[in-house]
Design a protein around this ligand. Structure first.
Ligand SMILES: *Cc1c(COP(=O)(O)O)cnc(C)c1O
Length: 466
């Protein structure tokens, strides 16, 4: 009979976990410009950890068991709603992330539409909309309808108008989008939605906890929230610029008649009735408590101060990076920016990695006319390291200028070949991300998708040998 490994002592467990973690980047160094939203203050992390562990073992599954959980959820939703110009009709729920908030919004819109029209309907998605919408559409049987961008890289209002039909269940706008940090013209989109009585979802996963403070600091931030009557629902991620630990987001609806469509209830089994206001059922209340704690600890003043720091770092990047050959894409209103270049941006990212910085490469797509770029999710803590970052970028750009182009010709001969040529071995991450990003840029997206599905399914996620 097969058995689990021998028991370890606590010292052995943690020595082993330390060994595993030794190859990881440290999210608290302020040297990562993607995949971390960190206030840059160890006290905030400490507060979140304490609240997290305090509620870690309490489940959000059944809200009748722990009264504190319902209360914390209503508090967190209320604070988020007040930032987004909600009136008393706005209701919402806590979820475990942007994807979950988006999936619930789509579920609600689908069922709302179905009640009236008897079918699932279509979702209008500007090409910068987050993949979570496509994922949700795939899960929920909705048809995504893609629309292009205007010259400012905002969703083309004209194309949205043309795409709207009797089948449209939802129009989506981003505030801002992830790739370029540009806000769609939510006002114009919401007016189309209002006119045609269509559900309008604003994806403020990134902007929900930044844009309101930027506005208070005097930045020009176009209207994007419930101040616009045509806006039906908004997603805002606490685990991004709310500075909560990962696993925290809020979905808001304009009114309980809309929210009703995302609530799941099931009382026809022998157990207790399941009543879910989210996709997930059993989940730790830790991230909710941590969100509650961080929001109260920072408060209005804290978020304002952190937003000021973001602005400082953002301005510095916008001022300095163009002088070394990087070109800002669009006019990002929030805390996220992207730069493209004639230079080899993936090489720059690799050189920066050697210097201990994480700069996210965005491969874009030659076929869809999306540029190669570098992405920056600016965090407050970056304000203190941005000068040395810019200096290292200057060095990296000089080095990249002397480097050779990657030769992709050997790859253009069928997909299994590509997988083996990438030198990916089972259960291990590939070394040469530069090459992979170049390939993603030049290959048709359908081919990229097929290859990735294969790599993930057949190579990477293989049970380790015990
Ligand atoms: C992060 C993000 C999402 C998805 O959120 P997850 O928290 O990663 O599930 C959706 N939209 C935008 C604009 C985002 O930045």
């Amino acid at each position: 009979m097969r058995t689990l490994p021998d028991s370890m002592s606590d010292a052995e467990v943690f020595a082993e976990l330390e060994r595993y973690a030794s190859g990881d980047l440290d999210p608290h160094t302020r040297r990562m410009w993607g995949h971390i939203y960190y206030a840059g203050l160890s006290d905030v992390v400490e507060i979140a950890r304490r609240a997290y562990t305090m509620f870690m073992d309490k489940t959000m599954l059944d809200f009748t068991v722990y009264p504190s959980i319902l209360r914390m959820e209503n508090d967190v939703v209320a604070m988020t709603a007040s930032l987004l110009n909600s009136d008393d009709s706005v209701v919402g729920n806590f979820t475990y992330g942007g994807t979950e908030s988006i999936m619930l919004a789509l579920k609600a819109a689908r069922d709302y539409f179905k009640k009236k029209k008897g079918e699932n309907g279509e979702v209008i998605l500007p090409s910068t909309a987050h993949p979570a919408f496509y994922k949700s559409a795939e899960f929920l049987g909705l048809k995504p309808v893609r629309v292009g961008l205007d010259d400012d890289l905002k969703a083309s209002v004209e194309e949205v108008k043309e795409a709207v039909s009797k089948k449209t269940a939802m129009i989506v706008g981003s505030a801002p989008n992830y790739p370029f940090g540009v806000m769609d013209d939510i006002k114009a989109l919401s007016e189309i939605a209002q006119d045609r009585k269509i559900w309008m979802h604003v994806d403020a996963c990134l902007g929900g906890f930044v844009l309101p403070f930027f506005r208070k600091l005097g930045e020009k931030v176009p209207d994007f929230d419930f101040s616009l009557e045509g806006v039906s629902s908004i997603s805002a991620d606490l685990h991004k610029y709310g500075y909560a630990p990962r696993g925290a987001s809020v979905l808001l609806h304009r009114g309980s008649e809309l929210r009703e469509n995302h609530v799941f209830v099931m009382a026809s089994w022998p157990g207790y009735p399941i009543v879910n206001t989210a996709v997930l059922s059993t989940r730790s209340a830790g991230t909710l408590a941590a969100s509650w704690a961080v929001m109260h600890y920072l408060g209005e003043k804290g978020y304002l101060r952190l937003s000021e720091m973001i602005l400082k770092a953002k301005r510095k990047l916008i001022k300095e990076l163009p002088s070394i050959g990087l070109e800002l894409i669009g006019k990002p209103e929030g805390s996220v920016l992207a730069f493209t270049s004639e230079l080899n941006v993936f090489r720059i990212s690799s050189i920066m990695a050697e210097k201990g910085w994480y700069v996210q490469s965005q491969p874009g797509s030659k076929h869809l006319n999306f540029p190669k770029s570098l992405h920056f999710s600016v965090n407050p803590g970056h304000a203190e390291v941005v000068d040395s970052f810019v200096q290292d970028m200057k060095d990296a750009v000089e080095k990249a200028k002397g480097s050779e182009e990657i030769d992709l010709s050997s790859f253009m001969t069928g997909d299994m070949d590509i997988i083996s040529s990438l030198g990916i071995s089972e259960g291990e991450l590939p070394e040469n991300m530069e090459m992979i990003n170049e390939l993603i840029h030049v290959m048709p997206p359908e081919v990229v998708e097929e290859i990735f599905r294969k790599i993930v399914n057949e190579m990477l996620f293989k049970p380790s040998r015990y």
